[in-house]
Write a protein that binds this ligand. Structure first.
Ligand SMILES: Nc1ncnc2c1ncn2[C@@H]1O[C@H](COP(=O)(O)OP(=O)(O)OP(=O)(O)O)[C@@H](O)[C@H]1O
Ligand SMILES: [Mg+2]
Length: 286
């Protein structure tokens, strides 16, 4: 990009930011974040759960990969600002988000073209802890949405932090979330935990796209038998109880954990793990 082109973009960007801010309704509830003139995002989908460690980031990675393989332009906003795991999963931990001038952020891009913003891509070392108070976290989230040069995106997936805290609340209130995918694991408390996520979405007026049950079963490598180490799947009963769709069940698979650790998810992920999810997401968009 020539300096003249950069300057032209910067001027247009400033103008669009100003216009966006002038258009903000005053004192009418939480601020809605606005993208810039160079970003056109068709669908924003949040990946949530009622509790931590159940596989939100993995499901975000799988959905991003499958949507990309189906021919969509995909991006991920890693909203787990203090515990980001997306860059490692896609093998882009060494990349850095660059700033084009004071405001404009150029996202990292995976080998297959998925655009990613994540705090780990702005820290000097990925092991640096993020010890920021609430207002700073909100500011980062706002910048990660508004100031990024996203370009044309069909699906922006937002990998949520665990729980229903400040950042999750801001994502729900300030981003144009079209729907949420809820991730659970099959344990006793699942209905209560999923209930928290379903009720939070309802309170925020955000539709639930459906539930993915992660770690649902394990296929014995010796005999091929489906085992259920956490007990029988509760997915069907749970979706029936809340009147939502079942998007799929994922096995516990050490090979998948290894892909995440090696950063080769988009290259080596087995095909069609969440086919039903893609179909329901497409129906949801229609
Ligand atoms: N189905 C699975 N098979 C094998 N490993 C899995 C599976 N699901 C998740 N894992 C592994 O478990 C760990 C936790 O998963 P993940 O990071 O996706 O959870 P999370 O809900 O995003 O956690 P947090 O709430 O901390 O953000 C990761 O190391 C991941 O690779
Ligand atoms: Mg996570």
């Amino acid at each position: 990009m020539t300096p003249e082109e950069e300057e032209a973009i910067r001027r247009e960007f400033e103008a669009s930011r100003k216009q966006g801010h002038e258009q903000q309704p005053q004192n009418q509830g939480p601020e809605m974040f606005q993208t810039n003139d160079f970003s056109h995002i068709k669908h924003v989908i949040g990946v949530v759960s009622g509790k931590g460690g159940v596989g939100k980031s993995l499901v975000t990675g799988i959905l991003a990969t499958e949507l990309m393989r189906a021919g969509n332009k995909v991006a991920i906003l890693d909203a787990d600002i203090t515990g980001p795991s997306i860059p490692k999963m896609f093998g882009i931990s060494e990349q850095r988000i660059t700033a084009m001038d004071e405001h404009f952020l150029i996202p990292a891009t995976t080998d297959y073209g998925i655009k990613v913003v994540s705090t780990n891509l702005v820290l000097e070392h990925e092991t640096d802890p993020v010890i920021w108070r609430g207002p700073i976290l909100m500011g980062v989230l706002k910048q990660f949405y508004e100031d990024v040069f996203w370009g044309d995106i069909d699906y922006l997936l937002v990998d949520m932090p665990p729980g229903t805290g400040d950042v999750a609340l801001t994502v729900f209130q300030s981003l144009p979330i079209e729907g949420v995918v809820i991730v659970s694991s099959p344990q006793d408390l699942v209905q209560m935990v999923v209930g928290k996520a379903v009720n939070m979405a309802a309170m925020m007026n955000v539709p639930v796209i459906g539930l993915v049950e992660n770690m649902s079963y394990y296929v014995c490598p010796d005999c091929g038998k489906h085992l259920e180490p956490f007990g029988p799947s509760r997915a069907q009963g749970t979706v029936d109880a809340f009147g939502i769709d079942l998007l799929g069940k994922l096995p516990i698979d050490p090979a998948i954990a290894e892909l995440c650790d090696k950063g080769t998810i988009e290259r080596d992920l087995p095909e069609h793990l969440l086919d039903n999810a893609l179909q329901i997401i497409a129906e949801h968009d229609a």
